[in-house]
Every structure is written in C-alpha cells, then in structure tokens.
Design a protein around this ligand. Structure first.
Ligand code: ZN
Length: 323
C-alpha cells in the first residue's frame, strides 16, 4: 500500500506482536504477558519488528494495518528522516523453556558480504524473569581459534564455554562476535540490530521431533568469534526524573537502552529520531497533546520524532530504546 499523504496527526503507534515457534519455546508469553499464543512452543514474541521474517503491524490510529517497514519506507519523517535502507532495531521477548543453541552473530561488514546485505547483529538482554540458579552462556575460555577448536574436537564444551548466573533485572550486552546462549527457564527482553543472522555453534546434540539435528555453522562461527573473549561491561547511569527512576544500561553506536521505573507522573522529552518502548511490568498511561493512552504489561509502542514531550503515569516498568 502506497501512502501519498504524510502522517502528522498520529502521535503514538502500538504494535501487534508476532509469535515464533521454536523447539526451545514454552508458554510463558501467555502466563506472564497474557498473550494469545498459537501453541505451547512459542519461543519468541517479535514485539517491534520491521524484519521480513516477522513484520509488526500498527494496531491503532490512522496507520492501523500498516507495517513498521511501510512506515519506515514511506513516512521517514516519523523517524526524523534517519538514513538507512532498513529500520535499525528489533525488540523481542524470548521465552526459553529449554536451552537455546550456543551461537554467535556476525558484524555489519561480515553480514553485508556473506549474508546478502543483512545487517550484523549486536544485541542486549534484560532479564524479565528466571528460575533460581538460572544462567547464560556468555563468552568462551579459549585464548585462540586453535585452542577453541581443539577443545571442541574433544567435545569439552563445558570447559570452553563461560557461564554466568542471572537474576531478574540483570542486563547483558552481547556485541557481534560474542559466543552466547540463553539457557532454560529464562524470560528475556532483547533489543537488537534488525537482523536474523545466527551462526549455530553447538546444539547439545539435540534432535527435533523428526529425529533431525539442526544445522551447525562452524566455519562461519570461527570467522566471526573474537579471540580471546573480551567482557563487555557497559557503564550504567541512573537518575531520578520526577516520578521515574531512569537507568541507562547502554548507549553506543548501535542502540541506547533504558529502564523507566515509573511510580508517579513524569514529564519526559524525546530528543531522538524515535523511541521504542515496551511495558514489562505493571500498568499506567502515556499522555501526548492532551490525549491519554492506557498502557498494560505487554504493550509495545513507538513515539515518533515529532512528539517532543510526553507524560507517563502509573506504576510500571518500561524498557525503552532508540538509536
Ligand atoms: Zn543471539
């Protein structure tokens, strides 16, 4: 659908989530977020996505029914006329009932050349919920590619993979080239570059319902893994703004991600090309130009460039991101 008219009146864009079945998925997206999910193996909720493998559709206002990609191509002023062929970010919620494969993602340069112009994938995780003693795979212990390969050849995965304990509220930054895996009993909100390129390194020799192993991508993985592993410890910045405690988890060339812990009325300003936001706890409202929209846990929305001021209220936690 080609829109010749410039959208100027719609001040907030809610999106309908897209659900993706995964062999490691479960039912937390229904239990925890009250979403209608199509079956009991849903691993991913693509909450705000302009990726062709799961495009978000606007759920309200004059743009209802349009995809985020259509807005990006035809209404670029909503995003402050930001340049780029592809919308830069993707927000997901991941329900890992079982372990995800151990994987690594390429950077922009490698993906452009080897994956038909895809973007690279740098991502970050906010732990929404997990069982006690839950952990993640983050990084590896090999000093070199040769050491990594020889340890893996002896099937000593436990030796080569680094594991970290996690708890709700933790934040992890995973630059491209980092070996990683989300492990079982974990619910995570992921903010990432808009890419679907994953190199699977190890899948615990697990078989699907038809008895098949999933494909591994050892050669490409070895091309992109960084040796030795370097821990990314972004500096956290926290401040109180009226009724909201704002925690900046990361702010770099790929994205900025913040947590807003709202407890009372707060006036905020938007100095970015756009803001993506997801309510992950509680409920409340957002007011723009005297219009109030209610927010519930599981609401995902975009604040466009031309909305410079807005007011949030209620008792809720929001994860917000922008470029
Ligand atoms: Zn990943």
């Amino acid at each position: 659908m080609k829109m010749n008219v410039l959208i100027e009146k719609q001040d907030l864009f809610f999106f309908r989530p897209v659900f993706q079945e995964r062999i490691w998925g479960g039912t937390q997206l229904k239990k925890n977020f009250n979403y209608e999910i199509p079956n009991d193996k849903i691993g991913e909720c693509w909450a705000i996505s302009a990726h062709e493998n799961g495009p978000s559709v606007v759920a309200n206002g004059e743009c209802k029914g349009l995809t985020l990609s259509e807005l990006w191509t035809q209404q670029r002023h909503l995003f402050g006329n930001l340049e780029g062929e592809k919308f830069p970010l993707l927000t997901k919620i991941l329900d890992a009932k079982d372990d995800l494969s151990v994987q690594v993602h390429p950077n922009d340069t490698y993906a452009q050349i080897n994956e038909n112009g895809e973007l690279g994938k740098t991502e970050c995780w906010y732990v929404l919920d997990c069982e006690e003693d839950a952990e993640l795979v983050l990084g590896h212990n090999a000093q070199s590619k040769a050491e990594f390969l020889s340890t893996v050849e002896e099937n000593k995965w436990d030796e080569v993979l680094r594991r970290v304990k996690i708890k709700p509220g933790d934040f992890f930054y995973i630059p491209s080239g980092t070996v990683h895996a989300i492990c079982k009993s974990t619910l995570i909100l992921e903010t990432q570059q808009n890419s679907d390129t994953t190199y699977r390194l190890y899948d615990y020799d697990r078989r699907d319902d038809n008895g098949n192993l999933r494909e591994l991508h050892i050669e490409k993985s070895m091309d992109v893994i960084i040796f030795p592993h370097v821990d990314a410890n972004p500096v956290r910045n926290e401040y109180q703004q009226e009724g909201t405690l704002i925690t900046e988890f990361i702010n770099n060339e790929f994205f900025s991600v913040e947590r807003w812990k709202v407890t009372a009325t707060t006036n905020l300003s938007n100095n970015n090309p756009f803001i993506l936001a997801s309510v992950v706890e509680g409920a409340g409202s957002i007011s723009i130009n005297e219009e109030t929209h209610s927010l519930i846990k599981g609401s995902h929305f975009l604040i466009p460039f031309y909305v410079k001021e807005f007011t949030i209220d209620g008792k809720m936690v929001i994860i917000a991101s922008h470029v």
